[in-house]
Write a protein that binds this ligand. Structure first.
Ligand code: PMP
Length: 367
């Protein structure tokens, strides 16, 4: 790796990329991989069949560029989200990472800034530097919560061009109250700034947790991003999307690459949406495993955060890296998110969750 970095040093890469490391959780070959918040349930066979059929129909026309406007897909996504949204409110790209990058390309860039509240999704600073946008790390309370007053005050203090709110937040797992989104939007309105609510994990939220989709009406600078990588169990398909006022999609059209969403991606996502009820059936099971992890970790003396997502962030161990290594030695890969005294684990299937909890008990016995 250091040899690779030396090799890179010799190239005239942009100054702000020097010394940086690429994003990437370890893709290790372990029995139980609970480190990247994927949906660990396989895609159900009826959905595999439907995807194969749609993709095979698309394959015969791959000599042509795909529908640049992916209108059929945007209509289907609007139908899935509800809230009176229409195709003109929807946009999609190759994962919500590309969505966030396109937003930064359109509304950020050199001389502009993005504010978010750390710890949060680790791609935000990388996407910021990749687009030459100044990254401002806002603060959370000691317990990682974020109040409406504090968030709005920090927006006023920094006057960023863009605010990223991650709800439910990765890596801490908890959703924000809509009062926070509301207060941030009001504060951001003073500087005509964009507010992006990253709801990658929204489908896993606890009962009664409202989505920021309910705030879109009448707020032209609010954007709610979603993905099919988590609840839909389609991380490999790379399909993210957002809902916003139609003029936001007009802005994104100025920066998107021509035909950025392949015909194969469109066909896959359409088939998945037609079967969203089958796909989303795993969500209730995952929420159950998630709650089981929270309860058991508490019982074992750890401090898990309240989770509205398909993962649990927990503290209470002496040395997070030692525990991470111990679990890995037992064949269970979780995520060391670099926050001292904390780890993050994805809720898996019943068996995977049992394997994780057993490994934690074994770790305690040997501590
Ligand atoms: N937002 C958050 C908060 C995430 O955790 C992730 C993936 N880990 C993403 C966005 C990006 O996901 P994708 O590109 O697969 O849609």
């Amino acid at each position: 790796m250091s040899q690779n970095l030396d090799r890179l040093e010799a190239l005239p890469v942009r100054e702000n990329l020097r010394g940086m490391s690429p994003y990437g959780a370890p893709q290790l070959d372990v029995a139980v991989a609970l480190n990247t918040n994927e949906n660990t349930h396989p895609v159900p066979q009826p959905v595999v069949d439907a995807i194969s059929k749609r993709v095979s129909q698309a394959a015969g026309q791959l000599n042509r560029y795909p529908d640049r406007e992916f209108t059929e897909l945007r209509t289907a996504l609007a139908g899935y989200l509800g809230h009176g949204l229409r195709a003109e409110n929807l946009w999609a790209a190759n994962g919500s990472n590309e969505i966030l990058q396109q937003i930064l390309q359109a509304f950020g860039g050199p001389g502009r800034s993005v504010l978010t509240f750390v710890p949060t999704y680790s791609m935000y600073p990388l996407l910021a530097s990749g687009t030459g946008t100044e990254f401002i790390a806002g603060r959370r309370a000691k317990d990682f919560t974020l109040s409406a007053e504090s968030a709005a005050q920090q927006v006023r203090e920094h006057a960023p061009n863009i605010v990223f709110l991650c709800s439910p937040n990765n890596p801490t797992g908890t959703a924000l109250g809509l009062d926070v989104v509301h207060a941030v939007y009001e504060a951001a309105a003073e500087t005509n700034s964009m507010v992006i609510v990253d709801e990658a994990y929204a489908e896993f939220a606890r009962f009664g947790t409202p989505s920021a989709l309910t705030l879109l009406e009448g707020r032209p600078r609010l954007v709610v991003t979603r993905t099919m990588s988590k609840a839909f169990a389609l991380a490999g398909a790379r399909l993210g999307y957002f809902a916003a006022a139609p003029e936001v999609t007009d802005a994104i059209r100025l920066v998107r690459l021509p035909y950025h969403l392949s015909a194969v991606s469109q066909a896959t996502a359409l088939a998945a949406l037609e079967h969203h009820d089958v796909l989303l059936a795993t969500v209730e099971d995952i929420k159950m495993q998630r709650d089981r992890i929270v309860d058991d970790l508490k019982r074992l003396g750890f401090e898990p955060a309240e989770s509205d997502s398909n993962f649990v962030f927990f503290g209470g161990m002496e040395d997070a890296h030692r525990m991470w290594q111990n679990l890995l030695d037992q064949g269970v890969l979780v995520r060391d998110v670099g926050i001292p005294g904390h780890l993050r684990v994805t809720a898996g299937t019943d068996d995977e969750t049992t394997a994780f909890l057993t490994a934690v008990e074994n770790y305690l016995h040997h501590e």
